[in-house]
Design a protein. Structure first.
Lengths: 471, 242
């Protein structure tokens, strides 16, 4: 996980210097974004769909205790083992124990962001289990030893040639980088793995509370294999990932598929109501549901940030974000990147030292808020995070002083006039051709890549006063 | 109508001609113009950086200075959006100022919005022969919902050929303090914006927020590309002289 050892600045530099990554990211996000526009426009009343999505999510989050209880009752009634994990370490411990108990040698995984959030793979591998990511994108980054760069397209930053290079040592021979060759190679690998799997681990896009069903959407069908072949299955879910019933599920699946990839429905929507019944020909006999809290309860109780839990992990905010577009996901340093990652990571991890940079990975242009299918005011939440960081004293002293000075001057217009006149004098050493081209930091942060106009010899307020003979 | 100008802190200090031209245009349209004393800034720079208490005091000064105004007009979508969108939360615990903030919200407009939507004067009789493109600033577009107003003003300028700007919806990378706090990311963003401006084939880049224009023009100058940038107000002002 080399990205994690770099500083924020180093990660940004690395990303900006990587033209492959930047081109791949721009191309992929453009495609996803344009597909989304098509899929949302064709409904004719997308804004109403967004309203419905927002209403459902807000209702679920406001009544989360009730729906969680209902889900758990439904599951336990049928013999599902439900585990509540307070922390990522708890969740890892629970999964580890299940794997040990069954002496599992091979663990198959379909895509799960929770497993990334709790850093599961590493722990299982330490115990000697072979962990196989069966989602193509996850498989690629597993081989590369990298975290995902996008929540729904984890290997977005890789080109076909880079993927072929990664696969070659496993294939033991040269591979051409065309898509059919690469997918055929993975398909053959996966077939064998699927048949060998002792335990299947899946994520969960939605859990239906009143029926106790788990809903997964995939585009490769791997989720379906992982949830039918192994005898034991573990599903990992964040505690907020609930819909009340199939009625709401219908709306949420539309919003998710259309926003994520521009599909009307994902290629595979798998609905499991576990465990396997005696008449079923396949499916897991033993089923574990691990529900992760990881400070979500705290976010739920925090009225400033509660809406962050409304997210359905579609990735639409990534695909319209001009910052993500330039950097890709790794520069953020977090498992969840993009606008929603910048919002939830500091809230989940509660560590300003490590994650305090994230709320500033945004120009506050509002494209994320506009793109969100459940109307999370993402850029407002980023400002609120900056506010919380400031109020808890975690911003630099210099910055605090600058804003004290700002407050003093910008509440005293006449004093500001004098300050501006002084500025007009002080700028002289840095002026070339009527532009400021140098200067000390933080001014130099601007002038390194841009010219700055001169402070006008007379500010407008003075010009106006002079014109009207006022002082 | 008696119109009070909101000379934003940026134009006041760096581009006084934008404020001055705005006053001239409004006078030309037959309105009385005043510039209430004491006004400085909407407070956005502190607010967006998380310094809410500092932002509130700056906002309070602005609210006070426009207390007796009938209508307030400013040359920036971003500053007006700050008032409209964030003053209610800024003063949520102060009923007296919340009321005053709401008054200001109801009577304040961005310039193009005011001229087109309120005064219904999309044709100012301006002539300006040039090929131009228009950057729709994020806050004006996404927070104030300004879409057509600036375009209507520009479509009525005789001689002006308006060319489409590719990927126009992308932020230019200014973002206020973002540009100095995250300078490398900001530079990458403005570099892409400049690339699209150059692709458009325009000789002039137009906009309604000097922050964004200062950013884009600063970058274009640094890389020696001769695309001129102008606030719509500046172009209209020039065009109305002839």
């Amino acid at each position: 996980m080399t990205m994690y050892n770099l500083t924020t600045d180093q990660r940004v530099d690395k990303a900006l210097a990587d033209n492959f990554l930047r081109q791949a990211t721009r191309r992929a996000t453009d495609r996803l974004r344009n597909n989304k526009y098509k899929a949302s426009d064709e409904l004719g009343n997308w804004e109403e769909w967004r309203n419905a999505g927002e209403t459902i999510r807000k209702h679920v989050i406001a009544n989360l205790d009730f729906y969680l209880q209902q889900l758990i009752e439904q599951m336990e009634k049928r013999g599902v083992h439900v585990h509540l994990a307070k922390t990522p370490a708890d969740a890892v411990g629970i999964v580890r124990n299940i794997v040990r108990e069954h002496d599992a040698k091979s663990v198959l995984k379909s895509k799960s962001m929770i497993s990334e959030e709790i850093h599961l793979n590493h722990a299982l591998e330490e115990d000697g289990a072979a962990v196989v990511e069966t989602d193509l994108g996850e498989y690629i980054i597993q081989i590369a030893g990298e975290p995902p760069s996008h929540i729904i397209v984890p290997a977005m930053h890789k080109t076909r040639q880079q993927v072929a290079d990664l696969f070659e040592p496993i294939a033991g021979h040269a591979l051409s980088s065309d898509t059919p060759t690469l997918t055929r190679f993975v398909r053959i690998q996966m077939r064998e793995q699927f048949l060998r799997g002792d335990i299947g681990i899946t994520g969960c896009n939605f859990a239906v509370a009143n029926t106790g069903s788990i809903v997964m959407v995939t585009n490769e069908g791997n989720g379906r294999m992982v949830s039918t072949l192994p005898r034991v299955q573990i599903t990992l879910m964040g505690m907020e990932r609930i819909v009340p019933s199939f009625r709401e599920l219908d709306i949420m699946l539309n919003l998710l598929a259309r926003s994520a990839t521009g599909q009307r429905l994902s290629s595979y929507t798998t609905i499991l109501t576990p465990p396997k019944k005696s008449a079923d020909s396949d499916g897991p006999e033993e089923y574990h549901l691990v529900i992760l809290d990881h400070n979500r309860s705290e976010i739920l109780g925090d009225k400033l940030f509660r809406t962050a839990l409304n997210c359905i992990r579609c990735g639409a905010c990534f695909n319209v974000c001009p910052v993500y577009r330039q950097l890709g996901g790794h520069a953020y340093g977090s498992v969840y990147s993009g606008p929603i990652g910048s919002v939830i990571t500091p809230l989940l991890e509660k560590d300003w030292k490590k994650w305090g940079h994230l709320p500033y990975f945004s120009s506050l242009c509002g494209a994320c808020t506009e793109g969100c299918p459940v109307r999370i005011p993402l850029h407002d939440l980023l400002v609120k995070l900056r506010m919380r960081k400031t109020q808890s004293g975690h911003t630099p002293q210099v910055e605090q002083q600058i804003f004290k000075a700002y407050r003093y001057l910008f509440t005293r217009e006449k004093t500001l006039r004098r300050a501006l006149r002084l500025g007009a004098h002080l700028q002289r050493p840095f002026v070339r051709n009527h532009r400021i081209t140098g200067g000390p930091a933080p001014l130099s942060n601007w002038t390194k890549s841009r010219t700055l106009p001169m402070v006008a010899p007379k500010p407008f307020m003075q010009i106006w006063a002079d014109l009207n003979n006022k002082r | 109508m008696k119109v009070s100008l909101f000379a934003t802190c940026l134009t006041n200090a760096f581009y006084p001609e934008v404020d001055l031209t705005m006053a001239k245009i409004l006078k030309h349209l037959g309105h009385t113009v005043d510039v209430p004393e004491g006004q400085v800034c909407c407070g956005q720079i502190a607010f967006n950086s998380g310094y809410v208490d500092d932002a509130r005091e700056v906002a309070r000064t602005l609210i006070d200075s426009f207390e007796r105004s009938e209508v307030v007009v400013g040359p920036s979508g971003s500053c007006i959006a700050m008032i409209h969108h964030y003053y209610p939360t800024l003063f949520e615990k102060e009923p007296v100022y919340l009321k005053k903030a709401e008054d200001l919200i109801h009577k304040s407009y961005e310039f193009t919005q005011f001229v087109v939507d309120v005064l219904n004067k999309p044709d100012l009789g301006a002539h300006y022969k040039a090929k131009a493109t228009y950057h729709p600033s994020c806050h004006a577009t996404r927070l104030l919902g300004i879409g057509e107003a600036p375009l209507k003003l520009l479509q009525h300028v005789k001689g002006l050929e308006l060319l489409p700007l590719p990927e126009a919806q992308l932020c230019c990378g200014f973002g206020g303090t973002f540009s100095v706090k995250m300078p490398k990311i900001s530079e990458a963003m403005v570099a892409e914006k400049a690339e699209h401006v150059l692709t458009s084939g325009a000789d002039i880049l137009l906009g309604l927020d000097m922050g964004c224009l200062m950013n884009i023009s600063g970058y274009l100058e640094k890389i020696n590309k001769p695309v001129k940038t102008m606030h719509i107000i500046q172009l209209l002002g020039e065009g109305m002289k002839s």
